[in-house]
Design a protein around this ligand. Sequence first.
Ligand code: 5GP
Ligand code: MN
Length: 343
Amino acid sequence: MEILNEKIEQLRAMLSEPELNVVILSHTNPDGDAVGSSIAWAEALRRVGHRVTCIVPNKYPYYLDWMSGIKDLVVFKQDKEGVAQKAVREADMIFCLDFHTLSRLDAPLSELIETNREAKRVLIDHHLDPSEDFALMFSHPESSSTSYLVYCLIERLWGAKSIDAKQAEVLYVGMMTDTGNFSFSHLTPDLYRAVAVLAETGIDIPKIYNNVYNSFTEGRARLFGYVINRKMRLMRKGTVAHLSLTEDEMRRFWFQQGDSEGFVNYPLTIKKMKMSAIFVEHHDFIRVSLRSRGNVDVNLFAARYFEGGGHKNAAGGKSFVSMAETIARFEKAVEEWAEEGNL
Ligand code: 5GP
Ligand code: MN
């Protein structure tokens, strides 16, 4: 990965001040990459003498519970004691990991961040179109995960040998989950070299895989079967698919946060499928997740039709109308999109 030397030296200079109060912040609905990159980066900064608080806006999914260091994350929504508030107020530096703009955070948290304009803000991220309010930006959409980016930063700042097994494990989680177990795009030789370095620390790769992918509930398995069988609709000669989940359906299958993770990928296992969407009902909006193959750019689609964004082949957004209307709007948008030659 091409990270400019000048930026590395800028970061090194910032971190050379002793005992900084650092906040590491990641995105809403934190996933393996958000959590893995945050924990590993926090550990690296603690090791050089800084005080670090990791904040996530809401709870991470249960299948990440086993990760070491995850219990130290401050979950902003459940933070009764005001740990996050104190950490943000006192912060000398705020790192934003795995998201590209503060507007992706819910208002109470983004407002809290705004109360401290003194802290130096640094972005470490791999999403498209970062916003400009950072003193230093490591914005690398060509990186398959933020965890790989954090690996590269640690390597440049302190050497890859400084990565211990605990960091290697959480970084591997991030790399594995954001690449669909090394099956999506941006799988560079350098990424595999990084994985080799992580493997050398002695991490148990099959165990990590099992902990993440084979630790779901019975309800999730049954919900998955239901959604694919009963809720998958195909459009445009089977090249576009959409799925949907209402709150009532989720209740019926004892839904827990994270249970619908990955469902949207499944229609893409069908030959010729180009684009897939899932609509998941929350009590005040519908979350839209989009996936695509090859040149179909769902980042642009999400930005244009669902107030969202993300990556070319994986993006998301929100809808503030009913499920039926959301689906109707999606189908109309797909037709418009296709007419313009984007599908
Ligand atoms: P997922 O479908 O897994 O929730 O999200 C896929 C990708 O789209 C992630 O990289 C995520 O950051 C991005 N994404 C999801 N929802 C939104 C959104 O509402 N706004 C923006 N800008 N990006 C989103
Ligand atoms: Mn990521």
